[in-house]
Design a binder for this molecule. Structure first.
Ligand SMILES: *Cc1c(COP(=O)(O)O)cnc(C)c1O
Length: 475
């Protein structure tokens, strides 16, 4: 064990010298009862319930999560990419309770409240130019559905109307959520293939961000990838409502990092062919890539910007679809003109969520969060370079404060493990015993900490990840 993993080991298991597997450790009767109920009643997302092993997190504290047995883990996935300021930030807690003392919910259907209005205003101020209109919903998938439907209806009501613009272009291995419209533009086949009969078929262009496979075609280079986009826009000229993409990095695909210039190139093509551009910043928004929004890095302002995960810093479900006056204006008219956007979500614009979101944006400013990132990104890069040296670490892809490691059976050829072995999951489960909670994407192990993580904590997290990969790939 390295010194750092010894440190973590002692932190997680203060009174024991061995390395237990958390799930099978003796636990209190209360924890045992809750684990049994969890297995019995709670159907977990993206989880094979026959194999599910409960871990019950009861508390959070900064970058740490604490289970019902008092064990501490570094939160290496920022609670599914949401907790940008870590857990139980006193100012976010205070914003939430202050709003709760006023009103918890007011409907967004033709009614408003001061907190939600102020939050919308602040979002417009920090968003790329032109995005002046904010439609609130409850989760990332809904933010995508909103953009897809707005884009579709826009062309029906544009001047002149273009009712034949009904199709969407999406990137290979894209992930845009799990509702039916979102999987229509999604391309992670292992999630969506079986549901294809239920949804529409997007026109797909290859992702330029994936790993080089041991066999088969490598991902296209920049010029080739942009040429493929242009071919599609020409071949389907006049039929396309919008192109949707995750800017800079396709997270759920396995941290697929695009070559610099791809976003800018796609945005230029969309302008040239008058195709609307929807940017899904559900994962990249709020600092993850080093800037508030990823699209700033290539100076792109889309027609639609979809935000969710970091929007309320992991406190409450909320999402937003930002758009431009051009889109908004096409929906104006009297009730009798039938141009209204008949779409909404009951919890859209919830004031508790808005209060936390607003305070989160103040924290970005007061704590100089974005300014603190370069040092952390560099430190993560150093750790990534070291971990890449492991016998079974293949390609490493980093974008800002997120990195993915592909686990490979054979480093020389890049040959992966049989998927049934779930080495990525094994590595993450092993990392738990070293004090880190991680979530893999297939056989890609991902480190995506809260932006507020300290450099020391980042060292511990990387060491635990490294130890987990070692354990899961030991011969
Ligand atoms: C998580 C995610 C979504 C879906 O968000 P939900 O809140 O889970 O519905 C959409 N797009 C991207 C890029 C995501 O990472």
């Amino acid at each position: 064990m390295t010194d750092l993993t010894t440190v973590i080991h002692d932190l997680v298991h203060p009174s024991s010298a061995r390395l237990p597997s958390c799930e099978h450790d003796a636990a209190s009767p209360e924890t045992d009862r809750l684990r049994a109920w969890d297995r019995e009643h709670v159907w977990h997302a993206f989880t094979q319930m026959q194999e599910y092993e409960p871990l019950l997190i009861e508390q959070g504290e900064g970058s740490w999560l604490i289970d019902t047995e008092g064990r501490r883990y570094l939160d290496g996935s920022a609670s599914m990419w949401c907790a940008v300021h870590g857990h139980r930030h006193p100012r976010l807690d205070a914003a939430l309770t202050a709003q709760a003392a006023k009103v918890a919910h007011t409907t967004n259907l033709g009614l408003s409240n001061p907190t939600t209005v102020a939050f919308a205003r602040r979002l417009v101020e920090i968003a790329p130019a032109g995005l002046e209109k904010v439609f609130f919903s409850g989760d990332g998938s809904s933010a995508i559905e909103t953009a897809l439907k707005m884009a579709f209806q826009f062309w029906l009501q544009s001047d002149p109307p273009r009712p034949e613009r009904t199709r969407f272009v999406a990137i290979g291995e894209a992930y845009h959520g799990d509702t039916l419209g979102a999987i229509g533009v999604g391309g992670v086949d292992r999630f969506t293939a079986m549901f294809q009969p239920l949804t529409f078929h997007a026109i797909r262009v290859p992702s330029p961000g994936g790993p080089c496979p041991a066999s088969g075609n490598p991902p296209p280079q920049l010029a080739e990838a942009l040429a493929a986009v242009e071919r599609v826009l020409t071949a389907h000229a006049g039929e396309i409502a919008a192109l949707i993409m995750e800017p800079l990095v396709q997270m759920a695909a396995g941290v697929y990092v695009h070559p610099p210039g791809f976003l800018r190139g796609v945005a230029d093509l969309c302008r040239r062919y008058d195709v609307l551009l929807i940017l899904d910043e559900v994962a990249t928004g709020f600092g993850r890539t080093g800037t508030m929004f990823a699209c700033e890095q290539e100076d792109v302002a889309p027609d639609f910007l979809c935000l969710a995960k970091g929007l309320t810093a992991g406190y409450l479900p909320m999402a937003a679809t930002l758009t431009t006056p051009r889109i908004w204006n096409a929906f104006l008219g009297t009730h009798a003109d039938r141009r209204t956007f008949f779409h909404g979500h009951t919890y859209g614009g919830n004031p508790l969520a808005a209060a936390v979101g607003l305070e989160s944006l103040r924290l970005f400013r007061d704590d100089a969060v974005l300014e603190s990132l370069p040092a952390k990104i560099e430190r993560l890069r150093d750790h990534a370079a070291r971990i890449a040296g492991l016998d079974h670490a293949g390609a490493v892809r980093q974008c800002g404060l997120v990195v993915g490691f592909d686990l490979v059976a054979d480093k020389a050829t890049g040959q992966g493990y049989p998927w049934q072995e779930r080495r990525g999951m094994q590595a993450c489960l092993a990392a738990r015993t070293h004090g880190a909670l991680l979530r893999p994407l297939g056989d890609t192990v991902v480190i995506m900490p809260p932006l507020s993580i300290t450099l020391d904590e980042l060292d511990l997290l990387a060491a635990a990840t490294e130890a987990g990969i070692r354990d899961a790939t030991a011969p």
